[in-house]
Ligand binder design. Sequence first.
Ligand code: SF4
Length: 343
Amino acid sequence: MTDIYGSTRKKLADKLTELGEKPSRADIIFPALYGELIDDLSVLPLKKESLDTACGNFSLRLPECTDVLTSDGADKFLFRLSDGNTVESVLMKHGFGYNVCVSTQVGCNMGCAFCASGRLKKIRDLTVSEMVGQVLMIRRSLGERINGISIMGIGEPLENLANVLDFIDIMMYPKGFDIGIKHITLSTCGLVPKIYELADSASPVNLAISLHAPDDTLRRRIMPITGKYPLADVIGAARYYSDKNNRRVTFEYVMLDGINDSDKCAEKLSSLLGGLNCYVNIIRYNPSEGSPFRCSPHERIMTFYDILKKHGIGVTMRRELGASVGAACGQLRANGIDKLTNL
Ligand code: SF4
């Protein structure tokens, strides 16, 4: 059986051809799956033979939602996958509508020191249908349209790029979720070759890079990936991304007290990013249990902000829970959502 939620429209059409069906039936099946949200293939408006083929060859398996925890305008959905592993997604209401933050891996191997999500080592990549399933289950329970997707839950999405690209393709299908490319944001810790690959793909969504330090020495301390991809290469890839797609790149910068929040850090960050079509998203750190870090004091954050501004760097500061959750790769828990588990 083929997992139907794992197929893009094109892959579904190819599969239908292989089964001796007209590929154009994909244009009946896809709107039914993602527009009408059917949960039974036997209700498809197809002739009996085609229905038998569909029911006999495709499964409609979705992750099981085991819990929904609500706090501060954000709902965290916990999902159990078919192999017993669990992932989480977050639904937030913004001014423009609903946004879902999805996970892309079970665990994460990137080892960012401030990230609670990364404490669980990667077990595996999520399949396309497991990513689609997170959004679909939330869409069903919400009963309203989803307007944006953040690919910045647990996991490093660029390590799972092929599946993530298919997931994006399904999210953008016009008669289904119909989410525009400018409403999809992917956050990475900076896997340089994959940033180029995404830039050259058919779906160059908004790119957010978790930066969190203005030089290699400091960044290596809190983000080990810097040993493999130094900042100069990350910035080069960001420039390519921005130039190729005429897109502003976001740099996430979480404020860690006494670590990366000095005036000198702000000056260095300004030099590093000067001339790049980008903005910095300053995030208040919300420590999870056992974290060795604390959030910088408010005055320090404001001074840091002012220095960036003075140098002409675009900068935003988001304090509300939902925005924080949607603001940084794997920061779901570090930014406060883990509090939900204590409710
Ligand atoms: S911040 Fe992102 S890349 Fe880093 S450990 Fe957490 S989930 Fe992984």
